[in-house]
Write a protein of this length. Structure first.
Length: 580
């Protein structure tokens, strides 16, 4: 993510805004000069028409340009925020799962929602403000030097001292602001964590404890927020003291010189006006430096999140062109999925899959069984390329998946997770999520296969029933079946089912098993399953243990030949079922 590039995209608006600010500043600077001319004209009894006309013109220009400057810069800032959020949202959705899993969701939200606006608005506004303030300052100082350089030296001395203090304060503002953004992010993460598990919190009677923990995080954010306010609050008074000091010096010394005739009264009036006009841009300059410092803290956090590794940026596995690879492999290995000596670990020294090899024919139901933690779900995640193997090759229809485009790979593989999440929207929107162009007949078939046609038919609004947040209106089993129907509609070559029958009663499970078998007649179905009734009808069973494939065969073969399978069958499935 390149913030500079985003800002560059909106440079036209920024330039127009800054241009308006500069014209406004020039009109402001001309006012004291013209007032001096007016005073001189009055004292010499000359016509005052032109000085008054010019002063009115400068006032109007100043007001119009200042309004235009604020609007145009604000608009540019909002456009920059929009681009930053759009790009960040896209990068998060395309991020690599292992990297994404390490992030706290609350922190992601605070970076994407609030840090982006602080970063971009502050940067656009503060930068524009700095340019116009510097122009006002330089212009003011030049004009003051032309009026009286001795008084200017006195002014610069007093204001310069205040400026040094203000600069030190601005630096403190940045440090405190960075801490505050971190604390606000930690509070967001804490809130997200407990709200995501609200029922567990209530069931564990942990409301009190969690409220205290949230209050502790909020208190940290409050303290660092107060530090930011404290340092920011000192900025303006520091500059005000400098102004008052220089005003006292300029007026007393200037009046003395007017009295001796060293200085015309019109020049002193103009000079004092410039002094007032100088203070506002000086304060603005320090405020915008402070703001830009805060913005820098937010920019840092946005850029950190934007740097999250992207899926498509992964290296291609072996450089074999996909087409040739496909032709070569199709002749020798027509398996729907093939693992060739695949090893993988989430951490370098802890292998989770060790030298796993198996292959699935183009059609049929294959079950994966094994003790908890054997690496079954990890195997599925490798097929989807959410994870990449440390060594070995995974092929889909003979093609190394490392060389496939992710869109192509994932359109061929349907994946129903353990706790299949629903998206916001209606049943129809959820069903057609992976295949938005599916027609009514296809939708009806998928519903029938997943035994959902009866349930949907009884709903007053049928397919257009709104599911609410994350499918809150469905039971666990209904959610699971909807996820299966969604996958069937995708018409993939391979379907991965991760314990989809776990939530179901016997009748529904029987219906779903039939659906699985029917789907298995058209494509390869690979199902992680614990229920024996699901497993026994599988064409083949892969037994995994401690990251290895231990045995492969039918239920009867494995009962006869494999110790672990026999134990699993007895313990997990119930002794009376084990010999089905
Ligand atoms: N994101 C992760 N980071 C680190 N280790 C992980 C991660 N996910 C899983 N593991 C570890 O990898 C091993 C295999 O996990 P996996 O989920 O693949 O097992 P499983 O066979 O599907 O288990 P279950 O039947 O309980 O779902 C386990 O030891 C687990 O602790």
């Amino acid at each position: 993510m390149n913030l500079r590039e985003i800002v560059r995209r909106h440079r036209a608006l920024l330039i127009i805004g800054i241009g308006m600010g500069l014209v406004g500043a020039a009109a402001t600077l001309a006012q004291p000069w013209m007032l001096g001319q007016l005073i001189e004209a009055v004292s010499l009894d000359k016509s005052v028409v032109w000085p008054i006309t010019f002063i009115a013109l400068f006032f109007i220009t100043d007001a119009a340009m200042s309004a235009g400057h604020t609007y145009v810069i604000g608009r540019a800032g909002e456009s920059i925020v929009f681009d930053a959020r759009r790009i960040l949202g896209g990068r998060l959705l395309r991020s690599r799962i292992p990297h994404f899993a390490r992030l706290e969701h609350g922190d992601i939200f605070s970076r994407t929602v609030s840090d982006t606006s602080i970063a971009c608005l502050v940067i656009a506004q503060a930068l524009a403000q700095m340019v116009t303030s510097v122009f006002m300052l330089v212009g003011g100082i030049v004009l003051m030097a032309m009026l009286d350089w001795l008084l200017l030296l006195a002014t610069v001395g007093c204001l310069g001292l205040a400026s040094v203090v203000a600069l030190l304060l601005a630096r403190q503002v940045r440090v405190a602001a960075l801490k505050n953004r971190e604390n606000v992010g930690a509070f967001g993460s804490g809130l997200q964590r407990v709200l995501g598990a609200l029922t567990t919190v209530k069931a564990s009677r942990a409301e009190e404890r969690e409220t205290e923990e949230l209050a502790r995080l909020a208190e940290k954010a409050r303290r660092s927020g107060i530090r930011v306010t404290g340092f920011s609050a000192l900025l303006t008074p520091t500059m005000n003291v400098g102004t008052q000091l220089s005003l006292a010096v300029v007026i007393s010394w200037g009046m003395a010189r007017v009295a001796t005739g060293d200085m015309p009264p019109a020049d002193l009036t103009s000079f004092v006006m410039y002094l007032f006009y100088l203070v506002s841009p000086l304060v603005m300059l320090f405020m915008s430096i402070g703001q830009a410092q805060q913005g820098r803290a937010a920019v840092q956090r946005v850029l950190e999140l934007g740097a999250i590794p992207q899926e498509e940026e992964e290296d291609r596995h072996d450089g074999v062109p996909a087409e040739r690879d496909a032709r070569e492999k199709a002749a020798t290995a027509p398996a729907a999925v093939r693992f060739e000596n695949v090893s993988f670990g989430y951490h370098a020294d802890v292998p989770v899959l060790r030298d796993v090899s198996f292959s699935l024919p183009r059609k049929g139901l294959t079950a994966i069984v094994g003790p908890s933690g054997a690496g079954k779900t990890t195997t599925f995640q490798l097929i989807e390329r959410f994870l990449s193997p440390d060594s070995g090759t995974i092929r889909i229809a003979g093609r190394d998946i490392a060389g496939l485009r992710l869109g192509e790979l994932r359109s061929q593989v349907g994946y129903v997770e353990q706790d299949a999440p629903m998206m916001r929207g209606t049943i129809r929107e959820n069903l057609t999520y992976a295949n938005p162009s599916a027609d009514a007949a296809e939708v009806a078939r998928a519903l029938r296969l997943a035994s959902l046609d009866g349930f949907v038919g009884e709903l007053p609004q049928g397919l257009d029933t709104d599911l609410g947040e994350r499918g809150a209106g469905l039971s666990g089993g209904q959610r699971q079946r909807l996820a299966i129907a969604r996958t069937l509609l995708q018409r993939p070559d391979v379907i991965l089912l991760d314990e989809v029958t776990a939530h179901l009663d016997s009748d529904t499970e029987a219906a779903l098993r039939d659906a699985m078998l029917e789907a298995a007649g058209e494509c390869a179905v690979l199902a992680i399953a614990h229920r024996l009734s699901t497993i026994v009808r599988a064409d083949r069973i892969i037994v995994m243990e401690e990251g290895r494939v231990r045995a492969t065969g039918t239920h009867r073969e494995l009962i006869a030949s494999d110790e672990v399978y026999r134990r699993l069958a007895h313990q997990q499935f119930g002794a009376e079922d084990a010999l089905i």
